[in-house]
Design a protein around this ligand. Structure first.
Ligand code: ADP
Ligand code: ZN
Ligand code: ZN
Length: 754
């Protein structure tokens, strides 16, 4: 160990090792430039390669011999790139998920900042009233039918110091509109360094008035807004019970105190809708952060949040790391949704990080769901969270009626029973819309030989190929492998190959034949990933659906999430209950949530809704409980079972995954790791009834995927502590295994899919 009175930089670098890297400070750097959280450019490895890292801490000594320490090339930032809370959040994420800290920090930053983009060069355009304002121009604008321009002008006029273009755009005023105002001689654009601008000072906060809350909503709002400090609330309410209205009014409180709201949502698909609802309510910039943005757009939004200019930040998963100038509340909508869990690299749960972030910022966190996860329900049962329930539907809507339809001994058309088809017909006759939910895209789940029973499989995966009609081909949904249709069976040369089972294309085809022509002539629209490839397709369809003419929508999960289709009164769920038989212990939970989510699409306006669930297992006890007693009883039963067999949330899991083109090194690596784990459990006394149990190694549920053989080793314990203590000593040992050069491996803390 060598001492360095001048200081050593300890950096998180974007490499896959669970450690920090020591560097000497660059020449002529003063101590106040060395604040944790600044980005540092350093040489790395051989040649002239440089990487960008984050300064985690400084130290006066290093384990590295002094001759081997290299100086950093440059301190990029003059102040930390993220506030202390986000810095702590990223450090905690790396620790809790046992992931390399450098990679964790890089995931937390927008791509441009990761690449070292220098923020000190940023200038922003600001729009302000023209210095030689032409009053006739203003009169002309007022006479013109250009409401959006008038609105923007009214706003700019109130801000003699200018409003940043970023803020204006996030309020829905685009570049063309701003140029138009400029051409009219009303405004001018100046460039200057962005400064803090909390925006709504000169304008009323609300653009439209809030709804009058019902009693349950009012109680929920009171409870949420009475805290100024950290608290966690579960807002449980069926779809349409008015949760979003509660969020909006809670956010109004926060904005009135000149603080910001962070709203987490699960999917990009929902952002335009959510965005509209917030923009229609408030006169503040709303920033959206999701993976569909360009790097520049993402950085702009991120900066607006950091400067405090964005009153509301709506974000998908990685947005939980967005810096906020003056945070006031965090809302996690659809908290049970699996897309909050990152499935590669650092496998964090944005929902769980939201709770830790709330503690760090000392602000309230609200988790909302119609079907809360078992983890969240358990936390609310044990009084770690406040529980608020919205039991009715807001407004005029009444809850839908749910019936089971037995598919056994029925002749199906397009996967639908005669009873289902007549219910569809009756609904269309009343001039209403039908939604048919099917969890499989494509024409049919596979192709089979009528003579020998052979099924067509993916060469890269343990999975069948899905048959698609438009365009005609076979497709693997796990690895994207595609091929043409064989003319004969590769096994027995028979030409008799036929589709097996139902996909959305096939159901669409049959419904189109039955209802798309003749007397009915209704629109049959398919909404799945394939039909939505074109960017505007979804938007166009949603508009068509909103016209309210009789129509049938056939679709996958995409239809189930959040969308409001007021004219849909009949929802048909085709075999969604298959998930009750999944090998994953979360299968039942996820299936129940999905069924209710889809069911929630029925009858949202004044017409009562009806939900038909087609099933080959109508007596299934979990399905019966769900339908007859509702989600609460269903969830209580699941929790009870999990408690008896000691599954999460009554125990904690970590899953070590390994994969390679051959199974041999993968299995061997996990065998060695399991042996190492057993030794470490003994040495450190981490076994026993509260200690860690090993399961496996065993092949993953789909052993072969994308041409790689996948195995796993499961670690489980009734307490978090021994599990995490074991991982802290086990993972560094595993990293040293020479087999790691031949395989890929990862660790998944609190795995959600197994
Ligand atoms: P959720 O987020 O729980 O699905 P929303 O907040 O979207 O529910 O409310 C569902 C519908 O009911 C929306 O159209 C909303 O405008 C309306 N709504 C919500 N609260 C009220 C209320 N207090 N009075 C009247 N209508 C309401
Ligand atoms: Zn055959
Ligand atoms: Zn495949």
């Amino acid at each position: 160990m060598t001492d360095f009175p001048a200081g050593i930089l300890r950096l998180a670098l974007p490499v896959n090792l669970r450690r920090l890297f020591d560097y000497l400070p660059p020449q002529q750097v003063t101590a106040d430039q060395l604040q944790p959280g600044v980005r540092v450019r350093v040489p790395f490895g051989r040649g002239n390669r440089e990487v960008v890292g984050i300064l985690i801490e400084t130290s006066t000594h290093s384990e590295v011999p002094s001759g081997k320490l290299r100086p950093a090339s440059e301190i990029i930032d003059s102040t930390p790139i993220v506030p202390e809370s986000v810095f702590q959040l990223a450090c905690w994420t790396a620790r809790y998920y046992h992931h390399p800290i450098g990679d964790t920090f890089m995931q937390a930053l927008p791509a441009l900042l990761r690449q070292g983009y220098d923020l000190s060069k940023e200038v922003h355009e600001f729009w302000q009233p023209a210095s030689s304002l032409d009053t006739t121009a203003e009169q002309t604008l007022m006479r013109t039918r250009a409401p959006k321009q008038q609105e923007a002008w009214a706003l700019i006029k109130k801000h003699p110091d200018g409003i940043s273009g970023e803020a204006l755009r996030s309020m829905g005023f685009d570049r063309t509109l701003l140029k138009n105002l400029h051409q009219r001689g009303l405004t001018e654009c100046v460039e200057r360094a962005p400064g803090f601008q909390m925006f709504h000072e000169n304008t009323p906060l609300l653009k439209s008035s809030p709804l009058v809350l019902n009693q349950e909503q009012a109680q929920a709002l009171d409870a949420i807004t009475c805290d100024q400090k950290f608290s966690t609330t579960l807002l449980h309410g069926v779809t349409g019970s008015g949760k979003t209205e509660v969020y909006l009014q809670a956010i109004a409180h926060v904005l009135a105190q000149k603080k910001q709201a962070l709203v987490m949502i699960p999917e990009i698909g929902l952002t335009p809708q959510t965005m509209n609802r917030f923009q229609e309510r408030f006169n503040v910039p709303v920033v959206v952060l999701h993976s569909g943005l360009t790097d520049r757009e993402r950085l702009n939004g991120w900066l607006a949040a950091r400067r405090g200019e964005a009153g509301i930040v709506i974000a998908t998963r990685s947005g939980i790391f967005t810096p906020l100038h003056t945070p006031g509340i965090i809302i996690v909508d659809e908290e049970h949704d699996l897309s909050y869990k990152q499935q590669d690299s650092v496998r964090y749960s944005a929902r769980d990080l939201a709770l830790y972030r709330g503690q760090l910022e000392n602000i309230p966190v609200v988790l909302g769901s119609a079907t809360p996860s078992m983890e969240t329900l358990h936390n609310s049962d044990t009084h770690r969270y406040r529980y608020l329930h919205l039991q009715g539907r807001a407004g005029k809507a009444v809850p839908p009626k749910i019936s089971l339809i037995d598919t056994r001994h029925q002749s199906l058309q397009g996967g639908l029973t005669p009873d289902t088809l007549s219910a569809i017909k009756a609904t269309l006759d009343k001039g209403q819309q039908v939604l048919v939910f099917l969890n499989r895209r494509g024409y049919a789940p596979t192709l089979a030989c009528d003579d020998c029973g052979w099924l067509i499989d993916c060469p890269n995966c343990d999975a069948h190929l899905t048959l698609h009609r438009t365009p005609l081909h076979l497709h693997c949904h796990h690895c994207d492998y595609q091929q043409g249709i064989p003319y004969t069976c590769p096994n027995c040369q028979s030409p008799e190959l036929s589709p097996v089972g139902q996909g959305t294309e096939r159901t669409e085809e049959i419904l189109e034949e039955m209802f798309g022509h003749g007397r009915h002539k209704v629109d049959v629209m398919r909404i799945d990933r394939d039909s939505m490839r074109k960017k505007h397709a979804f938007h166009e369809m949603v508009e068509k659906i909103h016209k309210g003419n009789p129509a049938i929508l056939v679709g996958t999960q995409m239809l189930a999430k959040g969308h409001h289709f007021p004219a849909v009164t009949l929802v048909v769920i085709v075999n969604a209950d298959a998930g009750f038989f999944s090998s994953d212990f979360r299968g039942a939970e996820k299936t129940g949530q999905l069924i209710l989510q889809v069911a929630g699409r029925a009858g949202r306006a004044e017409h009562p809704g009806h939900v038909l669930i087609q099933t080959g297992n109508p007596e299934h006890p979990q399905l019966q409980t769900l339908i007859q007693q509702g989600y609460d009883s269903f969830a209580r039963n699941i929790l009870h079972e999990r408690q008896i067999i000691g599954l999460p949330p009554f125990s904690y899991m970590a899953l070590i995954n390994a994969e390679a083109p051959n199974a041999q090194p993968v299995e061997e690596f996990l065998q060695v790791s399991a042996q190492q784990a057993r030794e470490l459990i003994n040495v450190n006394n981490l076994g026993g009834p509260e200690g860690v149990v090993l399961l496996g190694p065993m092949p993953a549920p789909m052993e072969k995927r994308q041409g790689r053989m996948r195995w796993q080793l499961l670690l489980q314990a009734n307490n978090r502590k021994p599990l995490h203590n074991l991982l802290s000593v086990l993972l560094p040992v595993m990293e040293q295994n020479p087999l790691t050069r031949r395989i890929r491996w990862s660790v998944d803390i609190d795995p959600q899919e197994m």
